[in-house]
Design a protein around this ligand. Structure first.
Ligand code: NAD
Ligand code: UDX
Length: 458
């Protein structure tokens, strides 16, 4: 089938950018992105591109090029499903927070709702594409729902997981390492291959069976997260022994079998994917009785929790075992640079830990709103919330502070006048660099007590 009309259900961090790039690269295809969330759709349609709901470098230009031409954002889900030959499901698949598998399994209720809506609305044959990250064998459940609608429509199911990373989404979509398409039906596979072939070289479009494709996505995220936990585990050992984790990363990364990427020690990984997808993998392994496999992968998340907690513990210990009433500045709230996404950001955990010790917290992040930061701390009570202040200006955030914790690796932090910041802080002035971002020599020369992850002053 030659595709000229696509619908994507879910206008989030994946649906929005992914479909914007498909529309940009395939002007002959009408792409409609739909969502139940009216304000999100309104933001995607906002004339001012600064108000797009997802901040990604370069995304505004892509949207500007395609929106209104062949890219549309709408809340009319039924109409978009009805008109499309191919439907991408790109809704959220969070960790289940109730019932069996609570805290581990993926919650597939939004996926099932989409499948039922597609089944109800469709009057012609359609290709349904799993874009969301799903447990292996979900396609079977989707197919069961679609095949029992009684209205005689034929559905083909493909798995096409998304590998973009936030902050580099547009770049990743323009030049993917690979595009993965899992399916059974050759014609359906070809229809999707042909779309990507508009800009992705043929050798980078990989086709597999559905189950391999579904499982590859969970596996890729598990491997990536495992590298971060591995280097973070080594960072703790470095702090005890006088080794420097950046030097160790460089030394091991030059081995082409290991590779240099994803070896940056940090305050702990965040983001909506890593933890959720590993826990999902752990749950799947357990459900097949594979307990060793489950324990092996669970350790990646346990290590990450340890890394976040020991970072805040170190702040308390270094500040003479009490931070009650002391002002501590958090530079960065997003889970990584170049995104406004804060889901599972280490900053949330660190802030909660410091507030439990009654510290006063000042936060500055170039892209995250005060509203978002307060929402992330919803579990705090009213009195605890009073301990948080969000600044629009980094110098104000650092004024009269006892310590600064760098939690996101925003480039702009390196451009600050650190002498000025130092002059306006209480002494001794501490920096806890959770990203090893700042220049240790420069900071020490200014007079800061500079504490990085994975190195000591032994
Ligand atoms: P998101 O929460 O940003 O967006 C999902 C959207 O789906 C929301 O706007 C929600 O309102 C909408 N939605 C839910 N149910 C709906 C329904 N029945 N009808 C219409 N709209 C509905 O999530 P996301 O970050 O875009 O992630 C989506 C999927 O992609 C997840 O499975 C995730 O694991 C996967 N993924 C995410 C990333 C990433 O970097 N964020 C990368 C690769 C894969
Ligand atoms: C991840 C995967 O990279 C992507 O392929 C998948 O589609 C979605 O999940 P994302 O979570 O957006 O992408 O960002 P990523 O760059 O993977 O970073 C995840 C977290 O790990 C961030 O908090 C980041 O700061 C941290 N990280 C990453 C490290 O601490 N050290 C590193 O060396 C790399």
């Amino acid at each position: 089938m030659k595709i000229n009309s696509i619908c994507c259900i879910g206008a989030g961090y994946v649906g929005g950018p992914t479909m914007a790039v498909i529309a940009q690269k395939c002007p002959h295809i009408k792409v409609t992105v739909v969502d139940l969330n009216e304000s999100r759709i309104a933001d995607w349609n906002d004339a001012n591109l600064e108000n797009l709901p997802v901040y990604e470098p370069g995304l505004d230009a892509v949207v500007a090029e395609a929106r209104g031409r062949n890219l549309f954002f709408s809340t009319d889900v039924d109409k978009a499903i009805d008109e499309a030959q191919m439907i991408f499901i790109s809704v959220n698949t969070p960790t289940k927070n109730y019932g069996a598998g609570k805290g581990m399994a993926a919650d597939l209720k939004y996926i099932e709702l989409c499948a039922r809506q597609i089944a109800r609305v469709s009057k012609q044959d359609k290709i349904v594409v799993e874009k969301s990250t799903l447990p292996v064998r979900t396609a079977e459940a989707i197919k069961n729902i679609l095949d029992h609608t009684g209205n005689g429509v034929q559905f083909q199911i493909l798995s096409n997981p998304e590998f973009l990373a936030e902050g580099t989404a547009v770049q990743d979509l323009h030049n993917p390492d690979r595009v993965l398409i899992g399916g059974e039906d050759k014609d359906a596979i070809k229809s999707l291959v042909d779309i990507y072939a508009n800009w992705v070289p043929a050798e980078k479009i990989l086709t597999t069976n559905v189950w391999s494709s579904e499982l590859s996505k969970l596996t890729a995220n598990a491997f990536l997260a495992q590298r971060v936990s591995s280097i973070n585990a080594i960072s703790e050992l470095c702090e005890k022994t006088g080794a420097d984790v950046s030097e160790v990363s460089k030394a091991i990364g030059m081995d082409v079998r290991i590779g240099s990427k994803f070896l940056k020690a940090s305050v702990g990984f965040g983001g909506s994917c890593f933890q959720k997808d590993i826990l999902n993998l752990v749950y799947i392994a357990k459900s097949y009785g594979l307990h060793e496999v489950a324990d092996y992968w669970e350790q990646v998340v346990i290590m990450n929790d340890h890394q976040k907690n020991r970072f805040s513990r170190n702040i308390v210990q270094t500040l003479y075992n009490t931070i009650s009433g002391k002002k501590i500045t958090l530079l960065g709230w997003a889970f990584k640079k170049d995104t406004n996404d804060t889901r599972e950001s280490a900053a949330i955990n660190i802030a909660q830990n410091l507030i439990a010790e009654q510290a006063k917290i000042a936060v500055y992040d170039p892209k995250v709103s005060e509203k978002q930061i307060k929402e992330d701390l919803i579990s705090l009570d009213e009195n605890q919330l009073k301990l948080i202040q969000v600044n629009q200006d980094p110098y104000e955030a650092c004024h009269n502070s006892h310590a600064i914790a760098v939690l996101t690796e925003w480039d702009e932090f390196n451009t600050y006048d650190w002498q000025k910041i130092y002059n306006n802080m209480l002494k001794p002035a501490f920096i806890f660099d959770g990203r090893n971002l700042l220049d240790k020599k420069q900071m020490t020369k200014i007079g800061f007590t500079y504490i990085a992850v994975g190195s000591s002053n032994l």
